[in-house]
Design a protein around this ligand. Structure first.
Ligand SMILES: Cc1cc2nc3c(=O)[nH]c(=O)nc-3n(C[C@H](O)[C@H](O)[C@H](O)COP(=O)(O)OP(=O)(O)OC[C@H]3O[C@@H](n4cnc5c(N)ncnc54)[C@H](O)[C@@H]3O)c2cc1C
Length: 411
């Protein structure tokens, strides 16, 4: 009854569980899936998020399975270098940037939560279908999996919706919101085992979305065969919208034409795509920011609160920052209603700015600027197209908005 009920055992829910447990605030996690399996492909954790995970004692476990990313490198579709900058510790941060398989991150969080809080504190096969509250607590209603016939109700102190972009609790509180908003960009994502490219820890962005953009970065350390698991995302303007499903298979022939001529000295992109283990397809979507998240003893966190298009490597990171802010608010106030209101006050406006900036000026705005100024032609010297100062300003501007400028993290 005194438990805080966490709905959803994804990145946000598990981080919140770990943070609450560390603060001696009892909680239980209820996850819809029958079993938590390592699904997804690559995710980036920027220094603001790795700082929080280090506070929870997770840096060594993550460092074992992740790549410590050293640089961001931008090319046009002709393979010409536009801009390169160091990242994480290489850029002078006290914290690393990690590029990691989402499944490895989720498993590291899950193992830590089970070891510290106990196995019985995480329950699977519980799909939230709604929540009610009264003066003394919340009643969270579940079915046994999506569409399951068996019902159960759990009482708790407060309920935190960490149930992702299709959140049932968000829908309950905003019934007229509608489906996620399609950005006009379709994404095909995959992983390929390949020899290390560039620095072996580079995050590459190349091309532009009207003709085809690629994001490429390694997510696991080099294996004994000398190969790395390398995550890639092809992003192409596509008018058709199909409902998002994290696990829908994609077909290489639907998009590889956009990259047919991409034979660079550091990577043969068509051969690299064709060598993929598997390909997933999903539309790039988000939702308009909400006016509020907290309703007395119920609030939203992570993608349930602020789904954002993945152009700034901040989806997982902002869920992790939410978890820290909510835990601190609960500790500071000692009671849930004021804590959930304080959490919303601290995080809603900050994440609203990120959601909106991800639509217009995330880091890949560098690629758009060069694409437009060159009218998609090869350039002679990059300095004739865009100054170094402008490139730095584009990159640093996003870091300030997303809360991971060096100055912000020094504080
Ligand atoms: C299967 C899957 C694969 C993903 N793959 C990628 C990827 O490859 N790259 C990337 O950048 N991002 C991926 N994401 C999204 C990424 O994890 C999130 O954007 C980010 O980490 C924010 O985390 P979150 O905890 O808010 O949401 P999520 O990580 O999406 O977690 C939500 C959790 O809630 C559970 N859930 C959903 N509905 C209910 C319900 N009604 N009741 C109880 N539990 C529920 C889900 O099963 C999931 O475990 C993926 C998400 C999922 C669920």
């Amino acid at each position: 009854m005194d438990d805080i009920i966490i709905v959803g055992g994804g990145i946000g829910g598990l981080t919140l569980g770990l943070a609450l447990h560390a603060a001696a605030l009892p909680c239980r996690i209820f996850e819809s899936a029958a079993e938590i399996r390592p699904v997804g492909v690559g995710i980036n954790l920027l220094p603001h998020a790795t700082r929080e995970l280090a506070t929870l004692g997770l840096e060594p476990a993550l460092a074992r399975v992740a790549i410590e990313t050293s640089d961001a490198t931008f090319f046009n579709r002709f393979g010409q270098l536009i801009y390169q900058e160091p990242l994480g510790r290489a850029a002078g941060y006290a914290q690393p940037q990690f590029s990691i398989h989402r499944g490895d991150l989720q498993m590291a969080l899950l193992d830590a939560f089970r070891a510290r809080a106990g196995n019985n504190r995480l329950v699977t096969n519980h799909h939230c279908i709604g929540v009610e509250q009264d003066a003394s607590g919340v009643s969270v209603h579940f079915s046994d999996g999506p569409g399951g016939a068996n019902r159960s109700t759990v009482r708790g102190h407060a309920a935190i919706a960490c149930d992702g972009i299709n959140s049932a609790i968000r829908k309950q509180h905003f019934p007229n919101e509608g489906e996620p908003r399609y950005s006009g960009i379709n994404m095909w994502r995959g992983v390929t085992r390949w020899k290390p490219m560039l620095s072996g820890a580079s995050m590459v962005r190349a091309g532009w979305m009207s003709h085809g953009k690629m994001v490429i970065y390694p997510i696991r350390p080099t294996g004994p065969d000398g190969l790395q698991l390398i995550n890639w995302v092809a992003e192409i303007e596509t008018p058709v919208y199909r409902k998002r499903d994290w696990n829908r298979p994609g077909a290489i022939d639907d998009f590889i034409g956009a990259f047919a001529g991409w034979h660079f000295d550091w990577l043969d992109v068509p051969a690299f795509i064709r060598a993929a283990d598997s390909v997933l397809e999903f539309p790039m979507v988000d939702q308009d920011p909400l006016p509020r998240w907290s309703f007395d003893r119920v609030t939203l966190l992570g993608d349930a609160a602020h789904p954002m298009v993945p152009r700034g490597s901040n989806g997982a990171g902002q869920a992790i920052l939410d978890a820290r802010a909510l835990t601190s608010a609960l500790l500071d106030t000692g009671e849930p209603i004021a804590a959930l209101a304080a959490y919303e006050k601290q995080r809603l406006e900050a994440t609203t700015r990120i959601v909106l900036t991800n639509r217009t000026n995330p880091p890949d705005a560098i690629l758009r600027e060069v694409f437009e100024r060159t009218r998609d032609r090869p350039f002679g010297a990059i300095a004739d197209v865009i100054s170094h100062e402008e490139l730095v300003a584009l990159s640093e501007g996003y870091k300030r908005i997303a809360g991971y400028s060096r100055d912000a993290l020094r504080g």
